[in-house]
Design a protein around this ligand. Structure first.
Ligand code: PEP
Ligand code: MG
Length: 902
């Protein structure tokens, strides 16, 4: 019987392609793709993610892997005519991890595998360069020691520093061969001391150990944490790329570089990159020596540069996007070591998308899919003046956008104290905890040296709209000494710094801030924004305009705004809102009008109550007239009063204390009695929403009258009012029937008196699980549903929305219960399931039922895609987020159209 053929676990670069990213990882798939294109990629092979998954599950490699690696290695050796670690002219390889998604928290690279005490001499002879050979060997022991054997990197770096000092060398290229030889011995001694065994001399053992270390690196705490945060599944595994070494450290005609086909920071067309002569691997990005620009590289090595430029163009045409490339020149010969679609800033994303569209490389739909609402959101924050002089101290993660300058403080109480005396402060901590909350509230910006984009600092800062840079690992924060040290420079409490939450950059001193040109465009139109813009900014603004207009043409979802005042409504309209999805009327009862509610609560007779309501009526009517005028011709959904009445009354304890101290005024005792009567243990679940309407006589009637009279007044004045009345917190269709009976009567009366037909739709919010589950019945009495996903999330999870974000969520995010707050981004599995149920059931009863959402999620990019898929008609969000929602609604439509493939 024939033995079944084992699965293919190793692929030569020549046999793969970019479609095989699941199996070969991003790096392997792209190396294969470049090989297929005939680009100069050193030969090599990729060990699949499947081999990794087997190894992690079984604790050992699949049986056939050893043999498959041997065969691949032999093919490689045959092709190059050299053998791994041979004593004469040895073949050396690099071993690099490469998962489907780039994961900076994982093991990266071991170079020069195959060198040992003998082959180093062979390499020296073959290259005719002893210094190069020993430099390569010391790099191997150092990288192998650190990434494979887990020895702290500083052990090697400290020795390297000490050797440089002894030799009087300013940089590592100046180290003479003897010093390097000595360094190798010292490094090997460090390995022996740390691991209890000698540095492995067998080349194949080095390769196998490096491969296993890459597999193991998938499950390090750091990698797991990174995946949790970035929502990358844990079961993908990583591939391992084994590639014949080419050397950038073979003297002055060699070097290594990184480049981008366009500037990833600004989106400026034209290649952009750094090159370092006589260097290898990470030297370029490590910033240990000054790099050269591509223009310098062109002067230095015109032939290699010309070839690189041609390849860059080829790759960009092939990938139809900005490519990020690593290359090496070995004695005048160019080699490509890596490429991928490059990361970019928000501004670059918009500019590049429209550039590629104009170059007819991508379609307008694709251009739309290449930018995100989050990127547009970033462009709306004020920015540091790009023309100002700046001194970069370090860079961390861009956690919460904005541009903030202030004095450094190191504790929450200091932040609060200094802010109270009018200082702008930046709270700098190693990481923040819930105890730091007061300081974060007081600070203009938050800076931490640890933690990622979903660390406590980041989450809380974003929630509060506070600028935040986190995980700036170069910062050494000493809270006790009230100092922070960065690259040897000590900053003290009170020193001024500036942080850019959109780029993660940290600058010394105060930087001037300018308003966002994109906001200028949104508020005042294209012409006005272009009039003030320099060339680069003008291109950005034009790009945003074009992409947004395409989104508007493409989207199915309408976008409305949550706005309570005529001023907000006007701004929302300028931002592109197509109506108001939620006007919260409670905001109209604050300020001077609070006393009227107080009187309403204290009224002892029906007459007194009516009197107060009669006083409120003209005020409310005037509010609505203004609002309808600002949104003339567009729908305006006005919600009847929702919050419990005690929210309008004085605080219970404060009032009791005042009375106990004998400082009470006339009527305070009565007021206290009313406050006590209305006190609730769980006000969010108490006398609010439609329950108020049913239990407080005349209140909703007054509001409905004000709305209908305002609409009639606008109509008589020649306007086009399109008001809709919305009832909050309904749980049963019966509640809605009862309220509707009253509303319908009032509207009919006003229509008759004014001699106009108002046609005011009446609908309800869906904010309770019961409402969603009984939507079929509720739709009998509602002409529209608007999902109040704030309350629906609160009631579905049983989380008090005002309390949990601060107290529980930081821990829940850390423990991975969820990766993002369900109040920020819709919980599709739970709340989303209720929404889908309600949509289907509601439309069963009423096919033309209008469906929208007005919770915070209406402006959240990810949630907008859900609402599109769920078949809603519109989303409603705060005016500032309207452009983001427009963009994402367009992207969602394009995505659906393309079957999810764009
Ligand atoms: C909601 O619950 O989602 C909603 C929009 O209402 P509010 O936030 O005012 O409770
Ligand atoms: Mg609500």
């Amino acid at each position: 019987m024939a033995t079944p053929r084992p699965a293919q676990l190793v692929y030569d670069f020549a046999d793969g392609s970019r479609d095989m990213v699941d199996l070969l990882g991003g790096k392997g798939a792209n190396l294969a793709e470049m090989t297929r294109l005939g680009l100069p990629v050193p030969p090599g092979f990729t060990i699949t993610t499947e081999a990794c998954r087997h190894y992690l599950a079984q604790g050992e490699e699949p049986q056939s892997l050893r043999v498959q690696v041997t065969m691949a290695l032999r093919r490689l050796e045959d092709k190059l005519g050299r053998r791994l670690g041979d004593v004469q002219d040895p073949l050396l390889v690099s071993v690099r991890s490469g998962a489907k998604f780039s994961m900076p928290g994982m093991m990266e690279t071991v170079l020069n595998v195959g060198l040992n005490d003998y082959s180093v001499k062979g390499l020296a002879e073959a290259a005719n360069d002893e210094r190069f050979a020993w430099d390569s060997y010391r790099r191997l022991v150092q990288m192998f020691g650190k990434t494979v054997l887990g020895i702290p990197g500083e052990r090697f770096e400290d020795e390297l520093e000490a050797t440089k000092q002894r030799a009087g060398a300013a940089s590592d290229v100046e180290l003479p061969v003897d010093a390097l030889r000595e360094l190798v011995e010292t490094f090997k001694a460090i390995v022996a001391e740390h691991t209890g065994r000698e540095f492995p001399q067998d080349p194949r053992e080095q390769l196998d150990m490096a491969m296993r270390a890459v597999f193991d690196s998938w499950n390090t705490e750091r990698a797991r944490l990174y995946r949790r945060r970035e929502r990358i599944p844990h079961d993908l595994g990583t591939a391992v790329n084994v590639c014949a070494m080419v050397f950038g450290n073979m003297g002055e005609t060699s070097g290594t570089g990184v480049c981008f086909t366009r500037d990833p920071a600004t989106g400026k067309p034209g290649a952009y990159g750094d090159y370092l002569v006589n260097a290898q691997g990470e030297d370029v990005v490590a910033g240990i020596r000054n790099t050269l620009s591509l223009e310098d590289f062109a002067r230095l090595d015109p032939a290699s540069h010309a070839e690189l430029v041609q390849i860059m163009r080829r790759l960009e045409t092939h990938y139809r996007d900005l490519c990020d490339i690593e290359f090496t020149v070995e004695r005048g010969k160019l080699w490509m070591l890596q490429t991928r679609v490059g990361k970019r800033t928000a501004a670059a994303a918009f500019r590049i998308a429209t550039q590629l569209m104009d170059e007819r490389v991508i379609t307008p739909d694709e251009a739309l899919s290449r930018v995100t609402g989050a990127q547009l959101g970033q462009l709306l924050f004020p920015q540091f003046d790009p023309t100002a002089e700046r001194e970069l101290l370090t860079k961390g993660m861009a956690a919460s956008p904005g541009a903030a300058s202030g004095k450094l403080v190191f504790s929450s109480p200091t932040a609060v104290e200094w802010a109270a005396r009018g200082e702008q402060v930046i709270l700098c901590r190693r990481e923040t905890t819930p105890d730091d909350l007061p300081g974060m509230v007081a600070a203009t910006g938050v800076l931490t040296s640890r933690g990622g984009k979903t660390s406590h600092a980041a989450v809380v800062a974003r929630g509060m709209g506070r600028t935040c840079v986190c995980g700036a690992e170069e910062l050494d924060v000493d809270v006790a000494a009230r100092t922070v040290t960065v690259r040897g420079r000590v900053l003290r409490e009170g020193d001024v710094i500036s942080i850019d939450g959109a780029t993660g950059e940290v600058f010394a001193g105060q930087l001037p801030v300018v308003a966002s040109p994109v906001v200028n465009y949104l508020e005042n139109g294209l012409e006005a924004a272009l009039a003030e813009a320099d060339e680069e900014t003008a291109e950005l603004v034009r790009s945003v305009d074009r992409v947004l207009r395409h989104a508007d043409r493409t989207r199915r979802l309408r976008v409305r705004a949550n706005a309570d005042t005529a001023e907000d409504a006007a701004r929302a309209r300028r931002m592109g809102a197509e109506g108001i999805g939620l006007c919260r009327t409670e905001h109209m009862f604050l300020g001077d009008r609070r006393v009227l509610i107080e009187r309403l609560v204290l009224a002892e007779t029906a007459d007194e109550q009516e009197q107060v309501l009669a006083e409120l009526l003209p005020l409310q009517r005037a509010d609505f007239v203004e609002l309808l005028e600002a949104m003339d011709g567009l729908p305006v959904t006005i919600r009847l009063l929702d919050p419990p009445l005690h929210e309008f009354l004085p605080d219970r304890t404060a009032l009791a204390v005042k009375i106990a101290r004998g400082e009470g005024e006339e009527g305070d005792e009565r007021l206290l009695a009313a406050v006590e009567r209305l006190h609730e243990a769980n006000p969010m679940l108490g006398l609010r929403g439609v329950r108020l309407g049913l239990l407080v006589p005349g209140l909703y009637a007054m509001q409905v009258r004000a709305i209908a009279e305002a609409a009639a007044e606008r109509r008589t004045a020649g306007g086009d009012p399109r008001v809709e009345i919305m009832v909050p917190l309904v749980g049963s269709v019966m509640e809605l029937h009862l309220i509707r009976d009253e509303i319908d009567g009032i509207i009919a009366g006003i229509e008759e008196a004014a001699g106009v037909q108002l046609a005011i739709p009446i609908g309800t919010m869906i904010e309770l699980p019961r409402a969603a589950l009984t939507a079929r019945r509720i739709a009998e009495a509602a002409e529209f549903f608007s999902f109040g996903t704030n309350d629906l999330t609160q009631t579905t999870w049983g989380f008090s929305r005002d309390d949990v974000e601060a107290s529980i969520f930081a821990a829940y995010l850390e423990k991975g219960v969820f990766t993002v707050s369900p109040f920020e981004s819709l919980d599709r599995d739970g709340v989303g399931a209720l929404i889908r149920t309600a949509v289907a059931a509601g439309r069963e009863t009423r096919t033309d039922l209008k469906l929208g959402v007005c919770g915070e999620h209406g402006g959240d990019p990810d949630s907008v895609h859900f609402f599109h898929d769920a078949g809603l008609d519109y989303v409603s969000c705060s005016p500032f987020r309207v452009p983001v929602a427009r963009l994402e609604a367009g992207r969602a439509a394009v995505h659906t159209e393309a079957g999810g493939h764009l």
